[in-house]
Design a protein around this ligand. Structure first.
Ligand SMILES: [Zn+2]
Length: 243
């Protein structure tokens, strides 16, 4: 089964601000808990999974990550008590980590939009931790002043307070948008009927399943820490996000 057939309704895809919700346990084992509704981001697209907790009848089960398989399995903390199937639980996402990851992920999209707009380079890879990230670009040469120019252009887009909208479009309609796939290869599997679009209005539109802040002004500040040459025209940009 693919992600579209998971039993868990993914609340975070519709409401990226949601941090607490009620759910029912469908299945529970030491290697994974399945809920009917969850706002835990399970990881993907370079964004690591959320951490958090399930509360039930005065008992606490920490959630340390997620595992994607025939269902979405939340990984309980080692030795934590397991809520039996049918239990009503209160789920809570650890806000500090998630908000940091949202700011960082949106920061990467700003970087991606700026480098594409100003240098025409596509993304070849990327990864993030809270407040720190790297992104690889297909860039043959590093022009003079590149690091400083990219950094100031990114912070200009942040200062502009551009809206970051999320919408879901039928596949054909989504792929009709010019340059919608900013990564060099199309990563959306052919059996996915709808495509979620993250739109930094006026700067960057991408097919993306991650969580984002609502406007670029919420990112903070982007610092381009360094540029590494990864060979054959591939440049790795390391960024840091701060207030
Ligand atoms: Zn993304």
């Amino acid at each position: 089964m693919s992600e579209t057939q998971w039993r868990t309704h993914r609340l975070e895809l519709d409401d990226q601000t949601l941090r607490e919700w009620d759910a029912i346990v469908l299945q529970a084992a030491p290697d994974g808990i399945v809920l009917d509704r969850s706002a835990f981001y399970p990881g993907g697209g370079g964004q690591p999974p959320d951490h958090g907790v399930l509360l039930w009848g005065g008992v606490q089960t920490s959630i340390a990550g997620a595992r994607k398989g025939d269902d979405l399995y939340l990984i309980p903390g080692e030795g934590d008590p397991l809520p039996p199937p049918g239990t009503a639980v209160r789920g809570a996402v650890e806000d500090g980590r998630r908000t940091a990851l949202m700011r960082t992920h949106s920061g990467l999209h700003v970087l991606c939009g700026v480098v594409f707009r100003d240098f025409g380079s596509l993304v070849t890879g990327g990864n993030m931790e809270p407040y720190a990230a790297r992104m690889d670009f297909d860039l043959p040469e590093v022009p003079p002043g590149f690091k400083e120019n990219v950094e100031s252009a990114c912070n200009k887009e942040i200062a502009a307070g551009r809206r970051i909208d999320v919408r879901v479009l039928p596949r054909a309609q989504a792929f009709a948008i010019p340059d919608i796939i900013r990564t060099a290869t199309n990563l959306v599997p052919p059996d996915v009927p709808d495509v979620r679009i993250v739109d930094i209005v006026g700067l960057d539109q991408q097919a993306d399943g991650g969580t984002h802040v609502a406007a670029t002004s919420q990112i903070g500040r982007i610092e381009v820490v360094k540029i590494e040459n990864k060979g054959k025209g591939f440049r790795r940009l390391r960024i840091r996000i701060s207030d």
